[in-house]
Design a protein. Structure first.
Length: 462
């Protein structure tokens, strides 16, 4: 099929590349000329494992192309995907200006070119309930010529950063919101090659499809937040949240996923989508009390290590001048360079405000962090970046693990301890075992896990 994907952000680029891999002819559109030129020249603009192989093949075999001209893509496309940003507004609602602006342009193009024929326009962006109707209204405002027919479909994405290619190529389910049988058949034909293992294509009305996306992310965010609350209580009563996680995760009614305690969730989806669903509820006269709690707890959880670090290092002053803190992990989760709403960034802002010098390392997210936070003077402290895990801890008074990258799980902890000024670790992702760290001579603090006195060791004074 001939497909246009408007927007080459995370969702758009994965969507376009994977559709091209399945044999479709895909044109991706973006207004950023430098970005389009980079993609045309074979350079990806995001980091996502597995994407590069499909991307290079799509370019090489000319099934995947990029342009800044919207009309060029719409003219040839049978299906047009809107993969545009919907950032949160100040009140927490989703900003639909990009989606509705492009819809308006497409409506004008279809009105001006009655010979182009039938189009299916697909909301791929995460959008509030009722957006499909608003997109249709924006297009129909151009008084399309008699007989002009198009359909609007809601097709929310369920892509996990770090495994997005696998999620797209082998989806657990495909959700299609369509009131038109013709559009539903087009979408079913498009997605059939991806679900040959028997996973369902679920066709429903547009409003239900839009709600499904928000409900899924809000429920997953709630599971994470619940386990963080359990972890905080475990810390008070002497229980081990890891044992509790295993104890409840084997219950088939609960399941084992999204039960890991830590320093809160971040990323481009959970915070934004929970806020948007909360806002939608309010606009419709409903108080979504669970989401009130999810948002409040997650905000606190991302800062939960800060008072612990200050208590350990500030000598009663509450300040961290002269203290060097290493942070391992900057992305909001492993296997991505995405730092949107990353808990590590919250920690960095809080620690530098207290006067600390922060030295951070991440396998992929240093440049995206540098673009977001800069380098050098920050707050009352400083932020610098290291080339490796070991460079980051050199002379550090404390180490904070903020992202659970696999390479952080088995470093040479003897080398780490020798490099540090003080053997003090705050594990925000429960990467290590308390007994192992204590045996290695570290004073080790985790999330919801019991504290074990470290072995008697001589601290190295830097």
């Amino acid at each position: 099929m001939r497909i246009a994907v408007v927007g080459t952000g995370y969702v758009g680029l994965v969507t376009g590349t994977c559709f091209a891999e399945m044999g479709n002819d895909v044109v991706c559109v973006d207004v950023d000329e430098s970005k389009v030129e980079r993609l045309r020249s074979g350079r990806l603009t995001i980091y996502e494992p597995g994407l590069e192989v499909y991307f290079e093949r799509g370019l090489r075999e000319r099934r995947l192309s990029f342009t800044t001209e919207l009309a060029e893509a719409i003219e040839v496309a049978e299906v047009v995907f809107l993969a545009l940003p919907t950032p949160p507004a100040e009140d927490g609602s989703a900003d639909l200006s990009y989606v509705l602006g492009v819809s308006d342009q497409i409506g004008a193009m279809l009105a001006a070119h009655p010979d182009w024929g039938y189009r299916v326009v697909v909301d791929k962006s995460t959008v509030p309930v009722g957006t499909a109707r608003r997109v249709a209204a924006a297009m129909e405002a151009h008084e399309l010529v008699a007989g002009r027919d198009f359909d609007i479909v809601s097709n929310p994405e369920f892509l996990r950063e770090g495994v997005a290619v696998e999620d797209f190529m082998k989806p657990e389910r495909v959700v299609v919101g369509a009131s038109s049988q013709r559009a539903a058949e087009v979408m079913t034909r498009l997605y059939e090659p991806f679900v040959r293992s028997g996973n369902p294509i679920l066709v429903m009305d547009e409003e239900s499809a839009e709600m499904t996306k928000y409900a899924a992310n809000a429920l997953l965010a709630t599971k994470i937040t619940f386990m963080n609350e359990i972890a905080n209580l475990c810390a008070r009563v002497g229980a081990d949240v890891e044992q509790v996680r295993r104890g409840i995760g084997t219950d088939s009614r609960i399941g084992s996923k999204f039960l890991y305690a830590g320093i809160g969730f971040g990323g481009s989806c959970f915070p934004k989508d929970v806020q948007a669903l909360h806002r939608t509820a309010g606009e419709n006269g409903y108080t979504f009390r669970i989401l009130d709690a999810v948002l409040a707890v997650n905000d606190d959880q991302r800062k939960i290590l800060v008072p612990q670090i200050a208590e350990a290092l500030s000598e009663g002053t509450g300040r961290l001048e002269g203290k060097r803190i290493a942070i391992w992990g900057l992305a909001f989760k492993p296997h991505t360079d995405d730092v949107r709403e990353a808990p590590a960034h919250v920690l960095i802002r809080e620690l530098t405000t207290l006067g600390a010098e922060v030295v951070a390392f991440d396998p992929e997210a240093i440049e995206t962090t540098r673009a977001a936070l800069g380098e050098g003077e920050m707050g009352d402290g400083r932020l610098a970046y290291a080339a490796s895990v070991y460079d980051a801890v050199e002379g550090a008074d404390a180490l904070v693990v903020a992202t659970e990258w696999p390479e952080f799980r088995r470093p040479d902890m003897g080398r780490v301890r020798s490099a540090m000024r003080r053997p003090l670790v705050f594990d925000g992702r429960n990467v290590f075992e308390p007994a192992t760290m204590a045996g290695a001579g570290f004073t080790y603090h985790a999330i919801g896990r019991p504290f074990i006195e470290p072995a008697q060791v001589e601290e190295r004074v830097g």
